[in-house]
Design a protein around this ligand. Structure first.
Ligand code: SAM
Length: 294
């Protein structure tokens, strides 16, 4: 089997979790289990690790340990699935957002324009909403917003109109060809594929729901460790840690005090070392934020 995924900032994430051997931990994004494998090694038999992944392909990587549970679900349902397992509070939560190398490198999953395939991009193969739905059914305005907010596409309105005029668009190569005709800028294809993927999987919505639940289920001094690969994601995480809101505007409680649930552990965002980026190019956009539940 080719490498499913190389874990990014592995040591930094494990250290950030500040693991206590009998604690309960959550890895929201199991993938190839790169981070989970190290977390479980640090637990004793009374500790437990719950890992989530909505992609059934990740299941072949399940760990054999008795104190490990793999939940095939979206991490937006974190609290519900932990409760089903009798868990109300946890000691640490890790999320390594986005797609795995396995998903990106599997031609049939339709995430990459390196391969010609159905426009799919679903992380959860059981979902009935794919990239084809976004590209072929969204209004010009909605499509332009997706391209602008999740792909930083400058000419988003014009591009949305071009895409709508080219409908139906069924494959990755059809989309790539339209984009390459639209602009000589090679980055555009990457930006558009990324934007569509984020929309298909409602990545920002899931992240927000997970953060709200993390604030409810983490024990005092419990750690929240989030690694993101996109500026919008990182802004959501940063704002939430600082202000308990997603727009960064602090809210006051009934007594006029600013509401906070977390104390940031790193003031400056943590990025991978040059050495790590040299051996794993996909680590290059990673941004790590660590916070402690107050
Ligand atoms: C970047 S990879 C994680 C890699 C993992 N840390 C490792 O070292 O192997 C992200 C994984 O999280 C999963 N994922 C992304 N968003 C998710 C969500 N909202 N709910 C559940 N799983 C999600 C993806 O399917 C993918 O397998």
């Amino acid at each position: 089997m080719t490498n499913y995924h190389s874990p990014v900032m592995l040591n930094e994430c494990i250290e950030a979790l500040n693991i206590v051997p009998n604690g309960i931990y959550v890895d929201c994004t199991f993938g190839g289990g790169g981070h989970s494998k190290v977390i479980i090694k640090k637990l004793d038999e009374s500790g437990h690790l719950f890992s989530f992944d909505c992609d059934e392909d990740a299941y072949k990587n399940a760990l054999p340990n008795d104190n490990f549970t793999l939940v095939q679900a979206n991490f937006r349902f974190l609290k519900k699935f932990l409760k089903l397992n009798g868990v109300l509070k946890v000691d640490g939560i890790l999320a390594d957002l986005g797609v795995s190398s396995h998903q990106f490198d599997s031609a049939e999953r339709g995430f990459s324009f390196r391969f010609d395939n159905d426009l799919d991009m679903r992380m959860n193969q059981a979902s009935d909403f794919s990239a084809k739905n976004v590209i072929n059914t969204y209004s010009a305005e909605k499509l332009a917003d997706v391209l602008f907010y999740y792909g930083d596409v400058r000419a988003s309105r014009k591009l949305a109109r071009t895409l709508i005029a080219s409908r139906p668009i069924a494959s990755t190569f059809e989309l790539k060809n339209i984009l390459q005709e639209f602009s000589k800028d090679e980055k555009l294809t990457t930006q558009v594929f990324q934007a569509i993927r984020i929309e298909v999987n409602d990545e920002m919505g899931a992240l927000k729901e997970m953060l709200l639940q993390a604030a409810q289920i983490l024990k005092p001094n419990g750690r929240l460790v989030v690694m993101s690969y996109h500026s919008v994601e990182d802004r959501i995480v940063k704002n939430f840690i600082k202000t308990n809101t997603f727009n960064g505007k602090p809210k006051k409680d009934l007594y006029g005090r600013f509401e906070t649930s977390f104390k940031p552990i790193n003031k400056k965002v943590i990025i991978p070392s040059d050495e790590e980026i040299k051996v794993n190019k996909r680590a290059r956009s990673a941004k790590l934020r660590i916070a402690e539940k107050t």
